[in-house]
Design a protein around this ligand. Structure first.
Ligand SMILES: Nc1ncnc2c1ncn2[C@@H]1O[C@H](COP(=O)(O)OP(=O)(O)OP(=O)(O)O)[C@@H](O)[C@H]1O
Length: 288
C-alpha cells in the first residue's frame, strides 16, 4: 500500500536510534555480467536507524550493489528484503526503480543526475510531487486537489532545501551551483520522496574539506533528526569513520569484512585489499 506525501514526509519524524531490527536484509546476492562476477553471495544487513557504510577499492562492486537494491540491475541469485516500521517485508529484487522508491528507498548517484535547467527548488519539488496522489502531471493539468498538493510539495521542498543549506539558492538553476551544492541538492531531492532508507553513492566525491565536514553533519542530522537509516558508499575514510555505525567492505564483489569502523580498519583482509599487503605481512617483513 502506498502512503501520501504528508505521511511519508520525514520532517516531523522522531529520532530513530540504531536498533538490531533490520530495515534492509541482503542475502546471498550474486550479480553476473556474462563471465564477470560483479557481486558474489553478498550478505549485508542495515539496522533500523543506523548509518552503514559500504567501502572497497575501485571496481569492488559497490555501485553494482546499489543498482541491485534499487531495481537498476537484476541479480541472478539472492534476496533483498525491505522491512517497514510495522514489520511487513517487501522483496525488492525484480521491482522497477520507481516501485522501490515508493516502498521507501531513495538514492543519490555517483555521477550527479539533476535536472540541470530547472532551479534547485523545482528539482526538489518535482520529487516531492511524485509522492502526491495527483502526481506532477495532475498538478500541471490543475486537477482538483492538485493545488493543495502543489503547495504542500513546495513547502516540503523549501524545508528540505533549508535542511541541506540551500534555501538561499532555491531560485538558482541546478547547473549554476557548485559541485558540493549539487551533491546536497541531490540529497534534498532524494529526501523529498519520503524514504525510510537513503542510499548515498559517494556523496563526498569532488567536494572540498569544508564541504566534507558539512556533509558529515548533514548525514548525521538526516539520520538523527529525520530518523532515516542511511546506506553510504564512500571512499573518504575520515568521513566514513566520523558518521558510520558499521561498515561492510567489498573486494572483487565479495564481502571481506563487516563491523564497526575501528575494527574493520584494522582487519588484515581490509588492509590487504587497499594496500596489497596486510599488517601481518608488513610486520613479518614479507614482500609480494
Ligand atoms: N552494466 C555493467 N556491465 C558490465 N559490467 C559491469 C556493469 N556494471 C558494473 N560492471 C562491472 O562490475 C564490477 C564492479 O563495478 P562497480 O561499478 O559496481 O564497482 P565500484 O566498487 O562501484 O567501483 P568504483 O569505486 O570505481 O565506483 C566492475 O568490474 C565493473 O566493470
Amino acid at each position: 500500500m502506498t502512503t501520501t506525501l504528508a505521511e511519508r514526509t520525514a520532517a516531523a519524524r522522531p529520532p530513530a536510534p540504531a536498533t538490531s531490527d533490520p530495515v534492509l536484509q541482503v542475502s546471498g546476492v550474486t550479480l553476473r555480467f556474462g563471465g564477470l562476477v560483479s557481486l558474489c553471495e553478498v550478505d549485508l544487513t542495515v539496522r533500523r536507524g543506523e548509518i552503514h557504510a559500504v567501502i572497497g577499492p575501485n571496481g569492488a562492486g559497490k555501485t553494482s550493489l546499489f543498482n541491485s537494491l534499487t531495481g537498476a540491475y537484476a541479480p541472478q541469485e539472492g534476496q533483498v528484503l525491505l522491512r517497514t516500521d510495522a514489520g511487513t517485508e517487501h522483496s525488492l529484487l525484480g521491482r522497477k526503480p520507481h516501485h522501490v522508491n515508493r516502498l521507501g528507498v531513495a538514492r543519490t548517484f555517483q555521477n550527479i543526475r539533476l535536472f540541470s535547467a530547472l532551479t534547485a527548488l523545482e528539482n526538489v519539488k518535482v520529487a516531492a510531487e511524485s509522492g502526491t496522489r495527483s502526481g506532477p502531471l495532475g498538478i500541471m493539468l490543475g486537477l482538483p486537489r492538485a493545488k493543495a498538493e502543489e503547495r504542500a510539495a513546495e513547502g516540503t521542498a523549501r524545508r528540505l532545501l533549508a535542511l541541506v543549506g540551500l534555501d538561499d539558492r532555491a531560485e538558482e538553476r541546478a547547473d549554476s551551483l557548485s559541485y558540493g551544492d549539487q551533491r546536497r541538492l541531490e540529497i534534498a531531492r532524494a529526501l523529498a520522496t519520503g524514504p525510510r532508507l537513503l542510499l548515498l553513492d559517494e556523496p563526498a566525491a569532488g567536494t572540498n574539506p569544508t564541504e566534507k565536514r558539512e556533509l558529515a553533519a548533514l548525514i548525521r542530522r538526516i539520520n538523527h533528526e529525520l530518523g532515516i537509516s542511511v546506506l553510504l558508499i564512500e571512499h573518504d575514510m575520515p568521513l566514513v569513520t566520523s558518521v558510520a555505525d558499521r561498515v561492510t567492505v567489498l573486494n572483487f564483489g565479495k564481502v571481506i569484512a563487516s563491523g564497526p569502523p575501528s575494527e574493520v580498519q584494522r582487519d588484515p583482509a581490509v588492509v590487504e585489499a587497499y594496500l596489497g599487503t596486510s599488517d601481518t605481512d608488513s610486520r613479518q617483513g614479507r614482500t609480494r
